[in-house]
Ligand binder design. Structure first.
Ligand code: ATP
Length: 289
């Protein structure tokens, strides 16, 4: 079974400064780093490192070949990623001040210009999983197509937007949200959602999986670790959970593996580059009994 991920690919430009610039102010940055980011790319990397077959469906601008190399190095299949002319690769300008506070500018670029025939070319079939987040165009179209093909659709409602969620919701199998997104979803649509299941992550308080058809709920506590950077923890969890389901794990096993992976991920700096591999996660679980 294959995980197809209709997802964003971003370049994260991270500038560290003493203070964030005020309107009209020009400041020198203390340092600059560039990394692979975007919720889509992060989830693809997480699922591939978890051992799943992952085909990323997305696009970049014409340059920036290193981005695809980085995804491929993590084990993600990149042959369905288009290189579009005359458009920028999606990117984030991330300003971080000395105290850790940040300001972020996102530019969707190629992520929002995916051609309409991209999902149809993917070859989704019964038993496959389509992952989607709210950082690309074609979300509802791809989700509808996947369901018609007999695949399951896991949707991360982030960045949270009610209109986007409303459009895709009729085609979603599993809705993945953090605690704040869960609250906003319930406020907008009620708790009786038209999906098979809900995956709710609650940071250091753990996660839960609610099977809305049977009414069963599984809780997974977070593993106690020294967190240094929680960026991408939700993507790590979602990618690992999808990988577990794709190889037939039951919800409690998939939850446990995802929680261990996310616990390791938050002990490292970075998002996509901090996703742990399967061997590390199994060692971690063995050590924790
Ligand atoms: P982000 O937006 O930062 O990527 P998120 O809000 O989508 O994250 P969270 O609910 O914060 O996602 O975290 C996802 C999972 O990661 C949690 O359910 C938990 O298993 C793990 N996790 C997050 N923070 C910690 C922590 N401090 N210690 C251990 N595990 C953590």
């Amino acid at each position: 079974m294959t995980i197809y991920n209709l997802g964003s690919i971003n370049i994260d430009h991270v500038y560290r400064l003493q203070a964030l610039p005020r309107a009209g102010e020009t400041l020198h940055a203390r340092s600059y780093t560039q990394g692979l980011g975007g919720k889509g790319a992060n989830q693809s990397v997480a699922a591939a490192r978890a051992g799943a077959r992952v085909v990323h469906l997305g696009a970049t601008g014409a340059g920036e070949g290193w981005v695809l190399d980085r995804l491929a190095a993590a084990g993600v299949e990149t042959s369905a990623i288009l290189r579009l002319a005359d458009i920028a690769t999606g990117h984030a300008i991330i300003l971080v001040e000395a105290g850790g506070e940040n300001s972020i500018i996102l530019h969707g670029g190629a992520n929002l210009a995916l051609p309409a025939d991209l999902p149809g070319r993917a070859g989704l079939g019964p038993g496959d999983i389509l992952l989607i987040q709210n950082e690309t165009n074609l979300q509802a179209e791809a989700a509808a197509l996947a369901r018609r093909a007999g695949a399951r659709v896991i949707y991360s409602a982030a960045p949270f937007e009610i209109a986007a969620l409303r459009a895709v919701l009729p085609h979603v199998s599993i809705l993945a949200v953090n605690a704040i997104e869960a609250r906003d979803t319930f406020a907008a649509f009620g708790e009786d959602l038209p999906v098979e299941a809900l995956l709710i992550t609650r940071g250091a308080e753990g996660a839960e999986f609610r099977d809305l058809r049977s009414g069963q709920v599984w809780h997974q506590p977070a593993f106690a670790v020294q967190a240094v950077d929680t960026t991408g923890a939700g993507d790590c969890f979602a990618g690992w959970f999808a990988a577990g389901l794709s190889r037939g794990e039951d919800p409690p096993t998939a939850l446990r593996h995802a929680a261990a992976a996310a616990a390791l991920q938050v002990t490292r700096r970075g998002a996509g580059d901090a996703m742990p591999g399967r061997a590390e996660v199994l060692d971690f679980l063995k050590a924790r009994g």
